[in-house]
Design a protein around this ligand. Structure first.
Ligand code: GDP
Length: 199
């Protein structure tokens, strides 16, 4: 898929606030500083689309971008700066949990993982919760330019192994770099295929 048009649509602070839409939504989420804004800008080839955070935790809004008038890219707040957990919910604000649990338009979630780290508890907990609520997702290992291929593969395998504790299948995975554009074509192809198959 080629992105010919990427337009900021709106921000929302609650699910009631989310724009009515008939377009399928592809959401991106990860720990703060995982490289989400950089990845979104890289995907859309639009430097200022999502703000690369100087002040971590600054954005707690859900941002909606309409792509090619065909689908919506949803930029979810990073989980590092979320409010404390409610018993069974994951540790981000209730609004994000509400969005993930109830948004009809949501087609797929890309969970960003920093490829430099061995599996982190909060990433695993989040993914486990997504499985529990039945939301389809992929894993995106970011900042791949920062380390050797062998090390990235090792961290990815370790994450998938850790997931076996609570999951039978393996999700699709992508390895990306906002620096050199790695993974861009693969993610866009994946979204294109989902759109064609009418998910
Ligand atoms: P966010 O908080 O998840 O939106 O993360 P940002 O996109 O703001 O990135 C956090 C920091 O990591 C910034 O200093 C970015 O320049 C840097 N960064 C993000 N993606 C990459 C990448 O793919 N490669 C490298 N080398 N640095 C990155």
């Amino acid at each position: 898929m080629k992105i010919t048009n990427a337009k900021f649509h709106t921000s929302a602070v609650s699910v009631e606030n989310c724009p009515p839409s008939e377009l399928p939504e592809f959401a991106f989420i990860g720990r703060s500083n995982v490289g989400k804004s950089s990845l979104l800008n890289m995907l859309c080839r639009h430097k200022g689309l999502a703000k690369v955070s100087q002040k971590p935790g600054h954005t707690r809004l859900i941002n909606f971008f309409v792509i090619n008038g065909e689908w919506t890219l949803v930029d979810l707040p990073g989980y590092g700066y979320a409010k404390a957990a409610k018993s069974e919910r994951y540790r981000f604000n209730d609004f994000v949990a509400d969005y993930l649990e109830s948004r009809e338009e949501l087609s797929h979630v890309f969970v960003l993982i920093d490829s430099r780290h061995s599996p982190m508890k909060n990433d695993l907990e989040f993914v486990s919760w997504l499985i529990e609520i039945g939301v389809p997702f992929s894993l995106v290992f970011t900042k791949s330019d920062k380390l050797r291929k062998g090390k990235i593969e090792a961290n990815k395998t370790a994450f998938l192994d850790a997931m076996k504790e609570f999951s039978e299948g393996e999700p699709p995975t992508f390895i990306t770099s906002a620096e050199n554009g790695d993974g861009r074509a693969e993610i866009l192809r994946f979204i294109g295929e989902k759109l064609r198959s009418g998910i």
